[in-house]
Design a protein around this ligand. Structure first.
Ligand code: GDP
Ligand code: MG
Length: 597
């Protein structure tokens, strides 16, 4: 297809504003999916995506669309809408010339509408503003058309109105895509360059790499090179998704399609990397490859210790399809053998643990999420700490820095006070506040990421009756007065409970954990002190009183076989006990204390 007849676009929207539903309608209206084969959220292939109604992996699909000017190839690139996957969103946007900015006509602009719009503008995309769900009785297109026009400039009348559910206005929208979005530009004679905007693992075919051709072309059986790693592969198959993979004779300037080389590991095909021809390589990669950086860390442990090898294999397998997952072995006094895993964010953490449990049948316990701290000691040594129990103690600490984020919260104006209170209690600094319409306010805060990963979103939602939406982006590191609080049982620290908290919050954390453990740990034959400490200083204390538990005393010395049975039984019970020093702690107690209810 010549570039003049190609349009590459994506749909950007806040979660639940109807992106997947609109994409479904487009597939149907352009005839690439027959009515008989249609099922809801056709492009959201992963089970978890369907169940949670979110898009994790972006996909591209090619649709024919005829207007008076001819038959066009529309390449629609579905982007993940969530903050954790911002890097993937921005790579998908870089593969397009235009974006449909979709807003729920009953909700208006939300935090991720803005975040995605800013990313689209940074990529110089032509924006088509669209209100969706106009079939809803609660829809207020007049009000929100004004809001949207106010945001991006232009007249409220120019904001299109559609219903992804009924299909109303969708054909007109496709005509606008052709008319308003510019065709791709590129040099057909230059050495070939294609940008990878997605790569997914398929159990049968290996890695499927989605690319957007920028210059030149790629053909089957050519040798291709990944510019960041210089790795060379043979192109076994090249084609377009419409939406099922369909091999073609090649991809030319501006085209969007997939490559298969037989590699089995997505790390060989990194999102953002440039693919070139190995014989006639380009000397200049396309802009913008970065390794996505893990932001949130958690220890994952099998509840049944003998599942450790299963967990290791499962992580190895997931890594094939998720290059942003990081892990390394870790041992914990309390929890045994496990892995310290790095994630892009909290949702990523949840998705990975859910996949491990669902696809590999594992029962897991995860430690409280932590971020990355940079610690410098008085003797100028510096450490990166992702596991609180490794936070240096006993040495003098010169400084600790923690990752900060710029958070944007959108909510109705009645909640401003509540939201500010919450942000302030999480060490936030107000950056600014703006009205986006009559009653909607955007509140911007600088906050430590460590405060956000700790159930901030849940609190925000519950304090605003679900009306607030949140988006955030990393904004560098900042020094803070942070300390490690250890929890000790009979003087022995329990690593899984160590936490890095602000000095002002250390006491509250210590009291909370000691009280919780007192309720959870059964009495022993001796008294067990439970303490919270910063270094050598005890900041909170409880104790579990002693109990005399002599099982044999009940046997009155008589029946020896009965005695043996009792001893056997006691041994059985001990298996699920973990020893912390001399203290026996049932594993359930650790799990309950960590899950926090
Ligand atoms: P996404 O998160 O942006 O992909 O949103 P979905 O496409 O998954 O839609 C979220 C919810 O809104 C689903 O329950 C859809 O059925 C519903 N929905 C989407 N589009 C429309 C629409 O045009 N009208 C109505 N009434 N509901 C819609
Ligand atoms: Mg979706």
């Amino acid at each position: 297809t010549p570039p003049e007849l190609i349009r590459n676009f994506c749909i950007i929207a806040h979660i639940d504003h109807g992106k997947s539903t609109l994409a479904d309608r487009m597939l149907q209206i352009t005839g690439v999916v027959s009515d008989r084969d249609m099922r809801a959220q056709y492009l959201d292939r992963m089970d978890i995506e369907r169940e949670r109604g979110i898009t994790i992996k972006s996909q591209a699909v090619r649709m024919p669309w005829s207007t008076a000017e001819g038959t066009f190839a529309l390449n629609m690139i579905d982007t993940p809408g969530h903050v954790d996957f911002t890097y993937e969103v921005s790579r998908s946007l870089a593969a397009c010339e235009g974006a449909i900015l979709l807003v729920d006509a009953a909700q208006g602009i939300e935090a991720q509408t803005l975040a995605n719009l800013y990313l689209a503008l940074e990529n110089d995309l032509q924006i088509i503003p669209v209100l969706n769900k106009i079939d809803l009785p609660a829809a207020d297109p007049e009000k929100y058309a004004k809001e949207l026009a106010g945001l991006i400039g232009g007249k409220p009348e120019d904001v299109l109105r559609v219903s992804g559910k009924t299909g109303m206005g969708v054909e007109e929208l496709l005509d606008h895509v052709v008319a308003q979005i510019p065709p791709p530009k590129g040099d057909p004679d230059a050495p070939s360059r294609a940008m990878i905007f997605d790569s997914v693992y398929d159990a049968y075919r290996g890695v499927i790499t989605y690319v957007r051709m920028v210059d030149g072309s790629l053909k089957p059986r050519e040798r291709i090179q990944m510019m960041s790693t210089r790795a060379v592969h043979e192109l076994l198959e090249i084609g377009v998704s419409s939406p099922e993979p369909t091999p073609t004779k090649g991809l030319g300037v501006g085209e969007v399609g997939y490559l298969i080389t037989g590699v089995k590991d997505v790390r060989q095909s990194k999102v953002g990397d440039t693919v070139t021809n190995a014989q006639k390589p380009s000397s200049k990669p396309l802009p913008g490859y970065t390794d996505p950086k893990p932001m949130v860390f958690s220890g994952l442990y099998p509840i049944d210790g003998s599942d450790y090898p299963v967990l290791r294999d499962a992580l190895d397998k997931l890594k094939l399809s998720d290059a942003s997952l990081n892990y390394e072995p870790e041992t914990s006094v309390a929890l045994g053998f496990g892995f310290r895993c790095g994630f892009l964010g909290l949702l990523h953490l949840e998705i990975v643990t859910e996949r491990l449990e669902r696809e590999f049948g594992l029962d897991l316990i995860s430690t409280a999420p932590s971020v990355t701290y940079e610690v410098v000691t008085d003797d100028k040594k510096s450490f990166t700490v992702t596991n609180p129990s490794e936070f240096p103690s006993g040495t003098k600490i010169a400084s600790v820095t923690e990752p900060m984020v710029k958070a944007a919260i959108l909510a109705p104006k009645d909640y401003v006070g509540t939201i500010m209170e919450l942000c302030q209690s999480r060490r936030g600094t107000l950056l600014g506040m703006e009205y986006l319409g009559e009653d909607r306010v955007e509140i911007r805060y600088s906050m430590p990421l460590g405060e956000i990963v700790f159930d901030f979103f849940d609190h925000l939602k519950s304090k605003t009756a679900g009306y607030a939406s949140l988006d955030y982006e990393p904004s560098g590191d900042q020094e803070a007065d942070l300390v490690k609080v250890d929890i000790l049982l009979q003087g022995e620290p329990v690593d899984a409970f160590s936490a890095i908290v602000h000095r002002d919050k250390a006491y509250a954390y210590g009291v909370l954990m000691t009280e919780r453990l007192k309720k959870l740990i059964p009495r022993q034959q001796f008294e067990v002190p439970i303490q919270a400490a910063i270094g050598a200083r005890i900041i909170a204390r409880e104790s579990i009183r002693a109990m005399r538990k002599d099982v044999l005393a009940k046997c009155y010395g008589g029946d020896i076989s009965r005695k043996r049975k009792l001893l056997e039984k006691q041994k059985e019970g001990k298996k699920r006990m973990k020893m912390v020093g001399r203290v026996e702690v049932p594993q359930e107690a650790f799990i309950a204390a960590l899950s926090g209810d």
